[in-house]
Write a protein that binds this ligand. Structure first.
Ligand code: SF4
Length: 376
């Protein structure tokens, strides 16, 4: 029996919850361990989602926090907030993700070879911030390309063109093989100091190969893993090699609704008025209620929908030291009536041209620095 661990992190957001449902339904033979890294500062809706999910999965979701925080008897965030002497985390100094998300996850996994399933959707184009431990391999079941960047680099390495062409000859035949081998034999042109261009050229080649068959590509990637130290390299077979599903946002919502787990409550659109106009707002994602990644309109949502939590968030700020959650603006200033009107008017204008009133999530606005442990 394989010693490989299969783990799936639940962030409290819709995509990781949907992935847990999808994996249970589609791959019941995979013995998945589910976990949630708790900061103690999530919205109640997140904890409720996790409870409903446990019911559906029929097993508990492990709640992870560091030993030090647990021993202190405080919420993990409050413990580390003191360790960092009141220095609030920010996108430039994101100690929160490191000590409350990544570290407890890595401690939980230890040195065991582990496959970590990540719910990045098929309609997204990002990798996100993940553990870089060599014994942890990420797999993305909702995407056409289930593999992480390191695997793609291995398969598309210009030095391995001949090997990949030979492997394709064991998977395909006839005209299909000729066409694919032609695509394989075209090297990726790497240009010094052109990171984005190089990534684009690699993605173009990958897409060309995937268009000629996801399953053959997966089988070849899997065979090439034997040359690497990545966890799946030690397996003789892997159920997801045959996976051709691509799940976008509508499919995610459908999975949540049809399973009965439901959509996290903070996505519910609430109406607001500004002048004679009406708009709607909602929280766009999971994470701590005071997360510095949130948009101004989400702060207004918190103030109006969860005033108790907003008041708690204010208490962490120290304007004299320049410690504010939102860059360049304290929460005290943000809730000035005229400022609230302005934020709402801006949100309305921003969403005017969109077919849906749903605010774009921060992640969908391409913030690649955001942590997948918090927001999926
Ligand atoms: S949700 Fe935001 S504040 Fe909370 S741990 Fe994640 S990045 Fe930090």
């Amino acid at each position: 029996m394989s010693a490989l661990k299969h783990v799936l992190g639940i962030s409290g957001g819709k995509d990781s919850a949907a992935l847990a449902i999808y994996m249970k339904d589609k791959y019941p033979s995979l013995d998945l361990t589910y976990y949630f890294t708790d900061t103690g500062k999530e919205l109640d809706e997140t904890y409720q989602l996790i409870e409903r999910l446990e019911g559906y999965l029929g097993k508990p979701i492990a709640k992870l926090e560091s030993e030090d925080a647990r021993k202190s008897g405080q919420d993990p965030f409050d413990y580390y907030y003191k360790v960092f002497r009141g220095y609030l985390p920010s996108s430039q100094a994101r100690w929160c993700t490191k000590v409350m998300k990544i570290q407890p996850f890595e401690d939980f996994v230890g040195d065991a070879p582990t496959v970590s399933y990540v719910g990045i959707r098929g309609d997204e184009d990002r990798e996100g911030y993940l553990s870089r431990k060599p014994n942890i391999q990420a797999i993305f079941p909702f995407r056409r390309n289930i593999w992480s960047e390191d695997v793609i680099k291995l398969v598309l390495d210009n030095g391995r063109i001949g090997q990949v062409a030979e492997l394709y000859a064991t998977e395909l035949s006839g005209t299909q093989l000729d066409v694919v081998v032609q695509a394989v034999r075209k090297p990726i042109e790497h240009i010094a100091n052109d990171r984005k261009g190089n990534a684009r050229r690699q993605a173009e080649k990958l897409n060309r190969l995937l268009e000629h068959g996801v399953v053959p590509f997966n089988r070849i990637a899997f065979r090439m893993l034997k040359e690497s130290t990545l966890p799946l390299g030690q397996e003789v077979d892997y159920a997801l090699l045959e996976n051709e599903d691509v799940l976008g946002k509508p499919a995610i919502f459908r999975l949540l609704e049809e399973s009965g787990v439901g959509i996290p409550g903070y996505y519910d659109q609430k109406e607001f008025t500004v002048g004679d106009k009406k708009g709607t707002y909602a929280r766009s994602r999971s994470g701590c209620y005071f997360c510095f990644f949130q948009q101004r309109i989400e702060w207004v949502w918190l103030y109006e929908q969860h005033p108790d939590l907003f008041a708690k968030a204010m208490k962490y700020e120290n304007e004299d030291e320049g410690f504010t959650w939102a860059q360049g603006e304290s929460l005290k200033d943000l809730i000035h009536p005229r400022r609230i009107e302005q934020i709402k008017a801006e949100a309305l204008a921003k969403n005017k041209d969109k077919s849906s009133n749903r605010l774009l999530s921060i992640l969908e606005e391409t913030d690649e620095r955001a942590c997948l442990s918090c927001f999926l």
